[in-house]
Design a protein around this ligand. Structure first.
Ligand code: ADP
Length: 423
């Protein structure tokens, strides 16, 4: 892992060193070699409390430290004699990566190297007290050494960090895939015994005369029927949920059309609840049309369902463009959500109400979250109990097309909606 990254870094660093810089570094190294034992003694003694020194001493055996020092000296020697700094810098980078892997932060390295620099400057001034010209060159070499150290350690650290993040992302994706696979198989396999159960209950109902069973027994059958129906709903929802993101196919989708279709499907609920829905012109994007429909349908459905008693639902659907891309909103005047539940409601099967108060399985918003995340977006709610809700979401990976309508300015008295569905 190290060799692969450090090779890249060395490639980019070596050409940046100019001939005079190499000369300066050489001067400094000649000087530091002269003081090698003294510097070593001092750093171990003076900096024995420094976290890096302490950890390195703890994690590396005396022999390992000695071996790495010997190797470093050998490379340094070669670098000075043969004017080939490449292997030496490569060594520094590898050390940087190794210590970064041990968990040292960039700033603690910086502190250590600054402390070493101050000590070196003192020694250097003493050593060259009769030759200030050489002292200046060696000082510059020392600065350069720090610069190279910092750049190499810092860059190696950043590269390693990026690599670790990539690894974590890959692991996360693998876990998600396995999780989805499990949900799919589990819900699929649960369907079979449930169908048998539902069939047997129907048979029992058909084959038993009214007076063959007690009233209590009939009410048990009723309960079993209600529970199996609810379980069927839950399993169907779960299956639907596990399918999101499986279809990689995407096409150009006109959201205005999608909303129109969704509202047509929800016509009965809209009529029954006297919902007034206004829709601003929405952009065209590249996405899976069924996923987009499900997303809006869940949010609009909730906006109708969680209405205030005796207040007809008023729902606005709009999209705003900002520096961070498009933000879509479904706003309602319903019962609102307590601040403390604003994250929990997106968790699968999390409900704030019983089925008697409001029907549902608690999967709608988890579904929305999953769809939005397929497009690398986010979904969140802005709401207060009793004051309506605004569900916002972004879809960064759903490419917005150029023939998208002019965005509406976010000011009071917005442009009148193109599509008005009010009953
Ligand atoms: P369900 O509606 O089946 O319970 P959801 O996942 O769609 O499942 O919603 C989870 C919970 O979030 C709901 O039980 C409800 O309490 C709350 N909720 C969702 N949408 C709204 C809304 N527009 N206004 C108020 N509460 C809402």
């Amino acid at each position: 892992m190290n060799a692969y990254h450090s090779e890249d870094l060395t490639q980019s660093l070596i050409p940046r060193l100019r001939a005079e810089e190499i000369e300066q570094m050489k001067e400094f190294y000649l000087f530091s070699r002269h003081y090698h034992d003294e510097l070593r003694e001092w750093s171990l003694h003076e900096l024995s409390d420094h976290p890096i020194i302490r950890r390195v001493m703890m994690e590396m055996s005396e022999e390992e430290i000695e071996e790495s020092r010997r190797y470093s000296n050998e490379l340094e020697e070669k670098a000075i004699c043969e004017q080939n700094w490449r292997p030496y810098i490569q060594f520094l980078i590898d050390q940087g990566v190794k210590y970064a892997e041990m968990g040292f932060s960039f700033s603690s390295w910086y502190d250590l190297i600054k402390a070493l620099r101050d000590f070196n400057f003192l020694k250097l001034d003493e050593h060259y007290s009769r030759n200030p010209g050489k002292a200046i060159t060696a000082r510059r070499g020392m600065e350069l050494f720090i610069d190279v150290c910092m750049r190499t350690i810092g860059e190696a650290y950043l590269v390693e960090k990026k690599y670790i993040i990539e690894q974590q992302q890959q692991q996360q994706e693998k876990t998600n895939r396995e999780h989805e696979e499990f949900v799919y198989i589990a819900s699929h396999d649960l369907q079979q015994p449930l169908t048998t159960l539902t069939g047997l209950i129907s048979l029992l109902e058909e084959e038993c005369d009214k007076d063959q069973l007690s009233e209590e027994a009939w009410s048990y059958i009723d309960w079993i029927k209600q529970s199996t129906a609810r379980m069927t709903d839950l399993i169907d929802d779960l299956l639907e949920y596990s399918r999101v993101g499986r279809k990689k196919y995407r096409e150009k989708v006109d959201l205005n059309q999608i909303i129109k279709l969704s509202l047509d499907d929800m016509k009965t609920a809209i009529d029954l609840n006297q919902a007034e829905i206004s829709v601003d012109p929405l952009p065209k994007l590249t996405a899976h049309p069924v996923e987009m429909k499900l997303l809006f349908q869940n949010l609009i459905g909730n906006a109708i369902k969680y209405r205030k008693k005796n207040v007809p639902p008023k729902i606005s659907i709009y999209a705003r463009e900002s520096n961070n891309g498009w933000k879509f909103t479904v706003e309602d005047n319903g019962i609102g959500i307590d601040e403390k539940y604003k994250d929990k409601i997106f968790v699968i099967f999390k409900r704030l109400h019983t089925s008697e108060e409001y029907e549902g399985t608690g999967i709608g918003l988890a579904h929305c979250k999953k769809i939005v995340e397929v497009y690398k977006g986010k979904i969140w709610v802005e709401s207060r109990q009793g004051e309506g809700s605004k569900f916002h979401f972004s879809l960064p990976e759903a490419i917005i097309h150029a023939d998208t309508p002019e965005p509406v300015q976010e000011v009071a008295g917005t442009k009148k909606s193109q599509l008005q569905s009010s009953v």
